[in-house]
Design a protein around this ligand. Structure first.
Ligand SMILES: *Cc1c(COP(=O)(O)O)cnc(C)c1O
Length: 457
């Protein structure tokens, strides 16, 4: 057991040194891993040894074994999925959260970290233009934020017809209609599956994947009773957002709860220049977003927000004789699913404190500028077409009959930049998501050079 008062120093110093070295190399390192999972397992040692090992030595050996299997997701030329980088302050704050080891379920028991978390939640609601009095909770990611928000939605719409799902469950409850655009994110499906609500009714979308209000109106008119409408800020292929003002008006007129999945797209609201893309989003009832994408906070930073906390608390609350509720305010355990939980909102506090209001706007604007530059360069190449209207951080390129998966593999082998193949509007596309604070003009130029090299082969 504890060997000495300073037993943490050596392993933590080793971790800081190794992390620093890794981060210093991020800009120039080839992006793809050089070792596969079996090689890494061999290097880690497949059998649990009988004898233990010194803590600092474990940290050194772990780093040596794992590093060849790391993909440089932090690279400013990594455009795969929608994956942000990590800024220094939230990364360091994340380490502190682990060192402090607070179980941050109850705000009066762990006031230090809950104060930072609650402020971070309030600041996010403010930056995103959500209504006064909105309440936020920190989840592992937007998938769970969608689940938590939709649990609140389910409770609210059933309560309106006199059914209490917290007592009677949903078996035998009035049927809830759930509607979503036909290009909604699959995390909405998994949330609905968990909640016993099944597959949503698909609502037709336009060429950019944004819901057609007339189609939503028609779909709403086809039924009656409790309803939930899931809208989206930021289509993962086009970056487009649903026309919130029109859609939310229609949904509310039909008595529906409106939830917005805005994992990355909601951050348009933090920029004066881009806010128009999500005009009216504040009229919704709940929102899900991520700090680990656009805001460049380390993973484990999802955010759920609701305009009215009552149904959220009804759906999430967990207390017992040994777990007294706070005398004032809303405990973290009443905002999200977890009971034992790290104070995962603290790194978001650190990110927002370093950036400030204008820094957040500049970050989002900068990502969009890089996406525009990338799209511009791609359009100038022979046989390359940009298929989406580039309004936010997403660029979908088509390659006139060429094998897109092959182009993606060749780009991967080239090592300078990474983008993923996908299918959109019935065709093969190479999708670039610009989500890293380090993606500057030099990074986009180097990426365009890499694409030119690959296409010239
Ligand atoms: C990434 C993403 C999600 C899921 O978020 P996680 O943080 O990965 O759980 C949901 N919706 C959209 C639109 C996304 O881009």
């Amino acid at each position: 057991m504890p060997a000495a008062a300073d037993e943490f120093h050596e392993p933590l110093e080793a971790a800081a040194r190794l992390a620093g070295r890794w981060l210093d190399g991020v800009r120039d390192r080839p992006i793809a891993p050089t070792a596969g999972i079996d090689e890494v397992k061999d290097a880690l040692g497949r059998d649990l040894a009988d004898e233990g090992m010194d803590a600092a030595a474990v940290v050194e050996a772990l780093s040596a074994a794992v590093e060849p299997g790391l993909i440089v997701m932090q690279s400013p030329r990594f455009f795969g999925w929608v994956i942000g980088g990590t800024a220094p302050a939230p990364l360091a704050a994340d380490w502190l959260v682990t060192a402090w080891d607070q179980n941050a379920a109850l705000r009066e028991v762990t006031p230090g970290v809950n104060a930072a978390e609650e402020l971070a939640g309030e600041w996010v609601c403010d930056l995103l233009g959500l209504p006064e009095g909105s309440v936020a909770g920190f989840t592992t990611g937007a998938t769970v934020a969608n689940l938590v928000a939709l649990a609140a939605a389910r409770h609210a719409v059933l309560e309106r017809v006199g059914w209490d799902d917290t007592v009677d469950g949903i078996q035998g409850a009035p049927r809830i209609r759930v509607l979503a655009g036909d290009e909604h994110h699959p995390s909405v499906d998994v949330a609905l599956r968990w909640l016993g609500l099944g597959r949503p009714i698909d609502v037709a979308t336009d060429d950019e994947g944004a819901i057609l209000p007339a189609a939503l109106e028609a779909a709403l008119a086809e039924g009656t009773g409790p309803a939930i409408v899931c809208l989206q800020a930021g289509n993962i292929h086009s970056g487009a957002s649903d026309p919130f003002e029109a859609c939310i008006g229609l949904a509310h007129a039909a008595g529906a709860w409106v939830h917005v999945d805005g994992a990355f797209g909601l951050w348009a609201a933090a920029s004066e220049r881009l806010r128009h893309l999500v005009a009216g989003v504040e009229l919704a009832d709940s929102w899900a977003t991520d700090a680990h994408k656009t805001l460049n906070v380390p993973y484990d930073a999802g955010i759920v927000a609701v305009a009215d906390p009552a149904p959220l608390v009804a759906a999430m609350t967990m207390h017992a004789a040994y777990l007294p509720a706070a005398a004032t305010g809303i405990d973290a355990a009443d905002r999200v699913l977890e009971l034992s939980r790290r104070a995962r909102g603290v790194p978001t506090y650190a990110a927002l404190r370093t950036l400030g209001r204008s820094g957040v706007a500049d970050l989002v604007d900068g990502l969009v500028d890089s996406a525009l530059a990338l799209a511009d360069g791609l359009r100038r190449m022979d046989g390359v077409e940009v298929l989406n209207d580039v309004v936010f951080t997403q660029v979908c390129a088509g390659f006139e009959g060429r094998d897109v998966a092959g182009i993606a593999r060749a780009l991967d082998d080239d090592g300078v930049a990474l983008a993923h193949p996908s299918r959109w509007r019935g065709g093969e596309v190479l999708r670039f998501s610009v989500s890293n604070r380090g993606t500057d003009a030099a990074a986009t130029e180097a990426t365009l050079d890499a694409v030119r090299r690959v296409l010239a082969r």
